[in-house]
Design a protein around this ligand. Structure first.
Ligand code: 3SL
Length: 236
């Protein structure tokens, strides 16, 4: 039976062997939720890049939309920040456009996980798509929580618990303490996810940036149930 394990922070990745595995990159607030929303709203593909310089250069070279955030705030010189609502604005349609995006933790976690056999981006918005892909692959899964500047984030780990619950019949979700802990947190949080996660430091940070509607949106389970951002060569 394949195993589902959870890496609480990209800083812990050197302790894991990604070869032969499916890596699920999670940054619920907000990079992974924003990437899923962008693809769900018709963006053709996403180039996640590490630096702001790469983001703006890529945008100019390829004529694509640019999105970037630093410390939660839209970076200078790009079209969009890291809010899913940037891709839901009827005044600025995104369908048919490509996107390059750079964020503090989410896109960095993705680049650090490329040794995995498959890399996908997961969020509550596309939980069903990620679970379906894992079932189809029948390989060990490592959920890579983007965290915040190397530190643990409650919402990413709770997502790991939600995924473990969905896959419990087909995957070993009991042999890693990290997965057990995530399942416990998910059990606590799922009756009222938004009330539970209101305690988290990232939610407090977003609320201070007046991005509280992003928080509620990012917790909508399966709003984009068939969107699967899968890393292929240099893009999702
Ligand atoms: O660090 C990231 O990747 C972001 O998701 C952080 S924020 O939600 O934009 O603050």
């Amino acid at each position: 039976m394949p195993k589902l394990d959870i890496c609480f922070s990209p800083e812990l990745l050197p302790l894991y062997d990604l070869r032969g595995k499916v890596a699920v990159i999670v940054d619920i607030l907000r990079a992974s939720s924003t990437i899923v929303t962008a693809l769900g709203e018709g963006v053709t593909h996403v180039f996640p890049v590490a630096s702001l310089e790469e983001c703006t250069a890529y945008g100019q070279e390829h004529g694509c939309l640019t999105a970037a955030e630093r410390d939660g705030i839209q970076a200078a010189g790009v079209d969009l920040g890291n809010s899913p609502f940037g891709f839901l604005d009827a005044a600025r349609p995104v369908r048919g456009r490509a996107l390059t995006i750079s964020t503090t933790n989410g896109t960095a976690a993705l680049h650090r996980s490329l040794a995995a056999d498959s890399v996908v981006v997961g969020s509550f918005l596309n939980l069903a798509a990620v679970a379906g892909f894992a079932r189809q692959q029948q390989r060990d899964v490592l959920v890579v929580c983007a965290g915040w500047k190397g530190q643990f984030c409650l919402e990413d780990t709770v997502f790991g618990g939600a995924l473990a619950e969905r896959l419990a019949a087909e995957f070993d979700v009991r042999s890693s303490d990290a997965t057990l802990a995530a399942l416990h947190l998910w059990e606590q949080g799922k009756p009222d996810l938004s009330a539970y996660l209101l305690q988290s430091s990232h939610v407090r940070r977003l609320n201070s940036l007046e991005a509280s509607k992003d928080f509620e949106f990012c917790l909508t389970i399966d709003a984009y149930a068939s969107v699967l951002p899968l890393w292929q060569k240099d893009r999702l």
